[in-house]
Design a protein. Sequence first.
Length: 397
Amino acid sequence: MNDRIRDVYIVDAVRTPVGKYGGALASVRPDDLAAHVVRALVDRAPALDPARIDDVVLGNANGAGEENRDVARMAVLLAGLPVTVPGATVNRLCASGLEAVVQAYRAIALGDASVMIAGGVESMSRAPWVLPKPERAFPAGHQQAYSTTLGWRMTNPKMPPRWTVSLGEGAELIAEKHGIGREQQDAFAFASHEKAARAWKDGAYDGEVVPVPGAELARDECIRDTTSPEALARLKPAFRTEGGTVTAGNSSPLNDGAAALLLCDEEGLKATGREPLARVRASAVTAIEPDLYGLGPVEAVRRALAKAGRAFPDLTHFELNEAFAAQALGCLAEWPDLDPGLVNQRGGAIAIGHPLGCSGARLAGSVAHQLAAAGSGTGVAALCIGVGQGQALVLER
């Protein structure tokens, strides 16, 4: 019988370079991407017997294509782990990878597991078109196919129309709510590219990114070193033709990628022979009006910090997913005590990319690596989630 809550450590974290839609990773199946990061994580802990891994949990937002048969279990088998290692796949849309990390954290904290792998994967390039079953047999007319790459499809007509607006329109609503103009959004996007390009040049990702065999991709594919505020300003609004401020340049792109983290309790940590990157302190998930999904992290971060006994002035690192510049800036506007200079110090999703199921794990791993590099501190990973949710994780070292 469990008589205490165990400390949970992040021992290591890896990710692939993030590929652009139809780019260098488009030929790689999502289950192979997932297997690659799982295998890489195990190889980086040679003292750990893979049979000691109690479970593998991966996030995936699509699940309609090649990853449909529980991609976590497929990754275990494809990675060559013992067949006795189980796997489960979870879906919390954009935060699926973080949800996987949180589920592993809870299992270990409660004593249900000692060693776990958690992460996420998405191939938006390979997301299939799907055809719903017809209402009656042998229809004579044409049938509509839906892309599963991103956003609403086969929407329930009972849902209020204001809840089912596009993600880009939701970003426009936040821009209106907080008075965030086009110039401010473009400046934020430009800074994301600058920080990401500098981080790669400085080797900040060298210990974190594991290239995919057979894919010619040495770094995140969507980083634009040559962009400028002037170039971003020339782009047309993507969602509102009249008065729109959200463009392809100040939005995250469509992407492919995978990430994985190794989590352990004290006993599991000894088995790895490794010094942990960070310790998990707290997590929280909250919900909001679906059309204002982009502000979902606001309350989630507040609650996670409260659970950890910390406040915004205590933070040293903060990874906030940049679904859209307007969305990220809207969250920052509601956190007046947060130093914006701490946010996405190595670039964000506008530059790096947002492979849906992978992103939450990427952010958690990035915070853990940054804390380890700094030697001490408190960090947060947070994401907005389509259909109106937010999730946050607090790490310390």
